[in-house]
Design a protein around this ligand. Structure first.
Ligand code: 13P
Length: 256
């Protein structure tokens, strides 16, 4: 399957930014973003802004995502939010295993796998994040890390389940640093991950999986990154907080 037949997903990861009022304003500014059937646009907002966001996107093509989801359905898990709670709100996507969660909140490949399962069971589309640290790239073990994170993140899933998962390749050294992977590095890593999925599930499944790039993607470099054969969209932090910049990236994906 060619890139042209895969779904492109442009997702903003707002991280811990924007109050409800600010969220409504920013989403309002995205309402006139270009759109087509091959590109999904998602805003992954803080839990507190989810309801506001779901209301603000009504009548637009923009979808709403959360930035995490717990793996149990309910129970004594202070501070956590279940997949069913998100679905009830009208949330459609969930970022899982972001490097900031792995780095600061003890997320492991096993918890990422469990959260992804819970998201799938509830009908959410997981955006499963993987990516190597700078020291891992410098030590020449990028592929080993991506292979491990992909295999353990997807452990136990059927081919049909994998088809519903989005993978976000985010080299940790490129996140929030202004240091983007070159288009070639991004394309190569996303292609490598597709190869890992192909070994696990076969080429047909791997060819259909959306694999995003994330890490300092912005209005200037978006088009070049998105033009890579194996890069099917972006997970965008800082630039997704500025409506014009995010819209420029959406335009590059939609091709207008
Ligand atoms: P930046 O785009 O700010 O580098 O963040 C990338 C990211 O972590 C998206 O999840």
């Amino acid at each position: 399957m060619k890139k042209s037949s895969r779904k492109v997903v442009i997702a903003g990861n707002w991280k811990m930014n924007k109050t409800r009022a600010e969220a409504a304003t920013l989403i309002g500014q995205l309402a006139n973003a270009p759109q087509n059937a091959d590109v999904d646009v998602v805003v992954c907002v803080p839990f507190t802004a989810l309801e506001t966001a779901v209301n603000a996107v009504k009548g637009t093509a923009v979808k709403v995502g959360a930035q995490n989801v717990h793996f149990e359905k309910s129970g004594a898990f202070t501070g956590e939010v279940s997949a069913d709670m998100l679905v009830e709100l009208g949330v459609e996507y969930a970022v899982i295993g972001h490097s900031e969660r792995r780095q600061y909140f003890g997320e492991t490949d096993a918890t990422v796998n469990n959260r992804t399962r819970a998201a799938l069971v509830a009908g959410l589309i997981p955006i499963l994040c993987i990516g190597e640290l700078l020291e891992e790239r410098e030590a020449g073990i990028t592929e080993e890390v991506l292979s491990r994170q992909t295999k353990l993140g997807l452990a136990g899933f059927t081919a049909d389940e994998v088809k519903r998962i989005i993978i976000a390749y985010e080299p940790v050294w490129a996140i929030g640093t202004g240091k983007t992977a070159t288009a070639e590095q991004a394309g190569e890593a996303c292609g490598f991950v597709r190869g890992v999925i192909a070994k696990l599930y076969g080429e047909a499944v791997a060819d259909g999986v959306t694999i995003q790039y994330g890490g300092s993607m912005n209005a200037k470099n978006g088009a070049e990154l998105l033009a890579q054969e194996d890069v099917d969209g972006g997970l965008i932090g800082g630039a997704s907080l500025v409506a014009e910049d995010f819209k420029t990236i959406i335009k590059a994906a939609v091709g207008v």
